[in-house]
Design a protein around this ligand. Structure first.
Ligand SMILES: [Fe+2]
Length: 306
C-alpha cells in the first residue's frame, strides 16, 4: 500500500538571530545572566539581564613586565568597564537585553549603518576576547594542527607573524588586528565579505577600524590584538610596533587560539550539515512532486502498545 505524504513545509530561516547564536557559542562568550534582578514595578515583576564585567583570566600584574599592572588597571578597569556600563544603560528595557552579546554585535552592525549600541557592544566583546587571547608566559609558537594550518595558509609561521604585525601596525587610528577562520560564503547578508574568495576553511589575517570585529563578516575570530592607543601608551608611548612584537613574542595564548579553532571547525561542519539538509528540503519542494512513503501491511503501527 502506498500513501502520499505532502511535502514538509518550507522552513523559514532568520539569518541574523541564528547566525549570532552560533557565533556566540563558537567564541564561548555569553551574556552574563547570573545577575538577573527582579524589580517590582506597578505590581508586576520585571526580569532583566545585565552584562557583567568579567574579571581577566589572570591577576592584573600577571603579564608584567610585558604589560604593566598600571596599563591593565586602566584598560580593563576603566575602558572595558565603561563599554559594559554604557551598553547596559543603552539596552535597558529593550529587546537587546534578552539577546547574547554576540547577537547584539551582529544585529546592531546593521550592514554597516550601525545602531547606537554597536560600539559599546562590540568593544565589550572585543576586550573580553582580547584578555583571553593572552596568558602569563605566552608567546612562542603554536603546535599541532594549528601550526599546520598556519603553514598551509601563510607559507610559514614566520610569514604569518609578519602579516599579523603588518595588519596591526598599519591599522590607521584605533582598531584591531585579527587571525580568523574563514569558513563562510561571500555574502552573509549582514555585510559584504571584505576578502572575496571562493576558498573556504582557511586562516586569514584581517584588521578592523574602531569597534568593528569579524563577527559581522561571519568569520570566526581566533586571535586579536587591541591597537587603540589606550592599549599600549603607558608602556610603549607611541611605539606601537614594539607593543605588537611583545604581544606576539611574550603574551599570545596559543592554547586559546587552538581551542577557538576547534570550535570554529565544529561550527563550520554543523552549518554544512544544515545547508545540505536545507538544499534537500528545497529540492523536494522545488520539483512540486509529493513525497511517496511506502508502508508495509495495512498501515497500522506495529510498535503500538495498544
Ligand atoms: Fe582597548
Amino acid at each position: 500500500m502506498a500513501a502520499s505524504v505532502a511535502p514538509a513545509p518550507s522552513l523559514k530561516f532568520s539569518l541574523l538571530p541564528s547566525q549570532g547564536s552560533n557565533l556566540v557559542a563558537t567564541c564561548g562568550l555569553s551574556w552574563r545572566q547570573q545577575e538577573r534582578r527582579s524589580r517590582r514595578m506597578a505590581g508586576r515583576v520585571a526580569i532583566t539581564s545585565k552584562l557583567e564585567l568579567k574579571p581577566p583570566p589572570y591577576p592584573m600584574d600577571a603579564l608584567e613586565p610585558h604589560m604593566s599592572k598600571e596599563t591593565f588597571e586602566y584598560h580593563w578597569g576603566k575602558h572595558h568597564r565603561a563599554y559594559v556600563d554604557n551598553l547596559n544603560k543603552q539596552i535597558d528595557g529593550t529587546d537587546f537585553e534578552n539577546m547574547s552579546l554576540g547577537d547584539v554585535v551582529v544585529v546592531t552592525y546593521n550592514k554597516g549603518d550601525v545602531l547606537p549600541a554597536f560600539n559599546n557592544a562590540a568593544q565589550a566583546w572585543n576586550h573580553e576576547f582580547f584578555w583571553e587571547s593572552m596568558k602569563p608566559g605566552g608567546g612562542g609558537k603554536p603546535s599541532g594542527e594549528l601550526l599546520k594550518l598556519i603553514e598551509r595558509d601563510f607559507g610559514s609561521f614566520e610569514k604569518f607573524v609578519q602579516e599579523f604585525k603588518a595588519a596591526a601596525s598599519t591599522q590607521f587610528g584605533s582598531g584591531w588586528a585579527w587571525l580568523v577562520y574563514k569558513a563562510n560564503r561571500l555574502d552573509v547578508e549582514n555585510a559584504v565579505n571584505p576578502i572575496p574568495s571562493e576558498e573556504d576553511k582557511k586562516l586569514v589575517v584581517v584588521k578592523s577600524p574602531n569597534a568593528v570585529n569579524p563577527l559581522v563578516w561571519d568569520y570566526d575570530p581566533l586571535l586579536t590584538i587591541d591597537v587603540w592607543e589606550h592599549a599600549y601608551y603607558l608602556d610603549f608611548q607611541n611605539r606601537r610596533p614594539d607593543y605588537i612584537s611583545t604581544f606576539m613574542e611574550k603574551l599570545v595564548s596559543w592554547e586559546a587560539v587552538n581551542a577557538r579553532l576547534e570550535a570554529a571547525k565544529a561550527r563550520a561542519s554543523k552549518r554544512e550539515e544544515e545547508d545540505e539538509m536545507k538544499k534537500r528540503e528545497e529540492g523536494d519542494i522545488g520539483d512540486s512532486q509529493p513525497v511517496e512513503m511506502y508502508v508495509d501491511g495495512d498501515g497500522q503501527d506495529d510498535d503500538s502498545d495498544d
